[in-house]
Write a protein that binds this ligand. Sequence first.
Ligand code: ZN
Length: 690
Amino acid sequence: MKFKLFILTVLVGSLYTSCKSTGSSNMAHTDHSSDTYDSTFQVAAQEFADLKVLRYQVPGFNQLPLNQKLLAYYLSQAALSGRDIIYDQFSRNGLTIRKTIEAIYSTYTGDKTTDDWKKFEVYCGRVWFSNGNHHHYGKQKFFPEISTEYFDQLVKSSDAKKLPLASGEDVNSFLARIKPILFDPKIEPKLVDLSPNIDNVKASSVNFYQDVNQQDVENFYSKFDSKGHAPMWGLNSQLVKKNGKVEERVWKLGGMYSPAIEKIIYWLEKAVTVAENPQQKKTLELLIQYYKTGDLHTFDDYSIAWINDTSSRVDAVNGFIEVYEDPIGRKATFESVVSIKDLEATKRIAAIAKEAQWFEDHSPLMPEHKKKNVKGIIAKAITVVMEAGATAPSGPIGINLPNNEWIRKEHGSKSVSLSNIIHSYNVDGATSGMLDEFGVNDEVKARIKKYGNLTSDLHTDMHEAIGHASGQINPGVETTDKTLKNYASTLEEARADLVALYYMIDQKLVDIGVLPNVDAGKAEYDSYMMNGLMTQLVRIEPGHDLEEAHMRNRQLVAKWAYEKGKADNVVEFVKKNGKTYVRINDYNKLRELFGQLLREIQRVKSEGDYEAGKNLVENYGVKVDPVLHKEVLDRYKKLNIKPYKGFIQPRYVPVMDGDKIIDVKVEYPDNFFAQMLEYGEKYSFLPLNN
Ligand code: ZN
């Protein structure tokens, strides 16, 4: 299960509504239109390979009381203290690789203007961006695009004292050891290999397992009781075979990764002294206890305490959290996200959730499918202060934790959207040229430029707060995973989108103060139809159909409305200079069509009508017109947009009066490479061989 969604490309505003594919309550996707952001702030920083590095602001930080600033600062230091761990988790050679490029990048005395040097620089950037030499998204190994002879020269003209030499090793033997690690395609070819019918543990180079095969792992964990209130066994350890015996090396104080964990504990203990309230204090203390003992029951206790800490302004995820990088989904990578609650955006979502009954009563659903007592879901928005480990440099836009299923069932979960990260994506996306290329006319473009970010966020707020919460299943009908099966999540996402779209141009939104005027809502109609009918196809390979639930649901909604409105010319494809555009001719009729489809999809869900649901998805949500697809891809390619994005982190600097911290200042560095060197200097705690 995924609780984090990663942005591949943001096209116009935020086209990525992120949801757990199982539907239900979810992460929101929020951004302010408030003036807390400095509009002159430079978001784009650097580009190399297929990557673009952005910056983000932390509005609200300067206004925090000193204790909360200190708390955020200490938690940020705790976050960065675990940075080494992710490099070692991704490969047993990870720290050696990083220290090698750090040494060369900072001490090479040769010519730094040559093409070769620039190619090496790109390689450094890629390693830092991916926390290792495997692509952060594709997981395959990448290589320096330089000759091994040039690499020899780089190493020999760099400071040998900075190189990660083994004890007694000279530079020549070091070169003989490091070059295959960097250049040989047969060594650690894939970080995670999920191919069928192979030993996925053996085939994946991720450092969660040593000298064990998949069967060893399965045998080892089969003896753990995983029923009832069981922890996620194996989450925080490496599994190794020693003298024929399989055993865990637990990531804890005195265990594996101890030098980094010691520092994490040090900063967490400081954080405890400035905790905002007893619940947060208890939460942090449990986290410390867990790092000290490695006891996964304590981690569960911590997770429950963390869910119940809802009133604190400052919050943090810190630990071994997500299992995406384990081919068999058991071991977790280190990550941390430190944040402050985004009060403005959270208020807006609450304003919508508060009116949930009004929205339900006025919706186009059949009366018997309406909830008599609907409760809006209050999602939260956070402002990120620091990201580290698996969430940096490339991180999520929404987080839903904890992952342990029984805790989610009995205690719930925290679901947040990362406002300031999304804001940066939006600002950068606005310069991508996508809107200029695909927007049908100046009026539409101007409206999206003016209101697009706001309405896209409003769409997500409604999708989360009232969309998933709406409607009821007929008595005696089973849950949709049983009735609608593989079409359940696409239809559920379509239903939530349609609730949002139906109300997007409703006076009610103006009345409750979340939309400036009804006309502004049209920006979302234009974006949605353009995306659903055309621009989202940039993410599909030629010849492929739509697979992913959100993409299917968006095409289903857009194409159904287009087809059904054809007789009245509600939406049409227009051609200008050989290029295709989507134009909405009648916004009110389009709203009616959204209402009709919402009513039908709710009926399908309420009655569990599998055949009808299947037909909707298969007829409207799956197939791609190859001619239009090719045109979209060709036009997109010309825009030269980097598909993957990540972030430079802010820096927090304590202001001292004697030995007392009297303030914490936030700085925004603008050089990714310099930050990576700085981190290498300051947060390098692990030895080369862990
Ligand atoms: Zn959703």
